[in-house]
Design a protein around this ligand. Sequence first.
Ligand SMILES: Nc1ncnc2c1ncn2[C@@H]1O[C@H](COP(=O)(O)OP(=O)(O)O)[C@@H](O)[C@H]1O
Ligand SMILES: [Mg+2]
Ligand SMILES: [Zn+2]
Ligand SMILES: [Zn+2]
Length: 320
Amino acid sequence: MAMRETGVGTKASGEVCRVCAGRTYVVERQGDQALARVCGCSENCPVCGGRGHVLVEREATFSQKVGPRRYEVMEPCGCTLRRRRVALYNEVRLPGVVAHASFDNYRAFNEAQDRGRGVAMHFGHQFVKGATSKGFILSGPVGTGKTHLLAATLGHLVIEMGVRARYVEISLLYATIRRGFQEGKSGGEIIGPLSEVEVLAIDELGKGRGSPFEMETLDELIARRYNAGRTTLFATNYSLEPERKARPGGPTGYRTTEDAKAVVKDAELLRERVGERIYSRLCEMCTFVELPKDTPDRRRTRQEMDSLHPPPTGMRSMGR
Ligand SMILES: Nc1ncnc2c1ncn2[C@@H]1O[C@H](COP(=O)(O)OP(=O)(O)O)[C@@H](O)[C@H]1O
Ligand SMILES: [Mg+2]
Ligand SMILES: [Zn+2]
Ligand SMILES: [Zn+2]
């Protein structure tokens, strides 16, 4: 990991720290928040002696007559970088339930989940600060690790790359804006910081009453980010593509309109929840990943599943 350097993340004996596993920081659940802190093993910096910066020697030619000269500059030490990134992580405001979430501890029970993790990891690893990159949207039932993957992705961007990011659960967003309105602020003023942050994750997309107020707010936020070429990630319990869910109507695989209607009726569609305008923006901004309805709910069946249905060995090794 990028933040590791000699003397930190390890004990005097050279043994790797058991608290942070050598990562130099820990993320813990504190109430309903996931909060990061520098690990005790790395609080005293042996590199800079606690000054927070180091002198680095450089060489440059200022004049041809004198030739190359050595000089020293002050640079932030690795420990300063670590403190900054830990503080940046705490600005993301990830929920406590996913404090432990990483790509490594995400388990895929079907191909769609494996693809979801792949898309999220690829996004995280190819991300370049300042450049526009396509986000992703995860759709699937409750407890299938959608928030987990959002958290793992944002954690990677913030800790490894120092990217500014925010996470927001949509009903909290609406509540914040409603409160802001009561204080006399405009919608734009309130969503300002969220439209400018480099990467934003919006969780529970489609939830809410679907009131004109909510729709307009969401539309404005997404439009602003879209126009500025900023990346947005999403998770939703609503379904993305009705076609995929349809079973072939007969031996020819031909699907009747009756079948199609039935499918649309029993699958709640995100397109209908957020409206055509937002949905078509999403199509442009994001790679779509849909987890099937039968993807197991980790919250309900964690113990049962771990003992009765271990994932196929191939799947299990994929995250390691
Ligand atoms: N596939 C998975 N692998 C590992 N942990 C998971 C997985 N799915 C869910 N979890 C864990 O279960 C809890 C609920 O998952 P969460 O990501 O909130 O689900 P969702 O957002 O899809 O409803 C979290 O603690 C999460 O880390
Ligand atoms: Mg969730
Ligand atoms: Zn440690
Ligand atoms: Zn230092």
